[in-house]
Design a protein around this ligand. Sequence first.
Ligand SMILES: [Zn+2]
Length: 41
Amino acid sequence: MSQGSVNSTNSKVRCSCGRVAIVRTVRNGSNTGTKFYGCPM
Ligand SMILES: [Zn+2]
């Protein structure tokens, strides 16, 4: 359970490194266009 689940009631999703994650978009592969939370670094 290292992957934090996306909870719509909590906008402060954190990366495993402790920083507040930002919404990013997949730019390649079969999931192109899919939004996901990622590290801001
Ligand atoms: Zn991180």
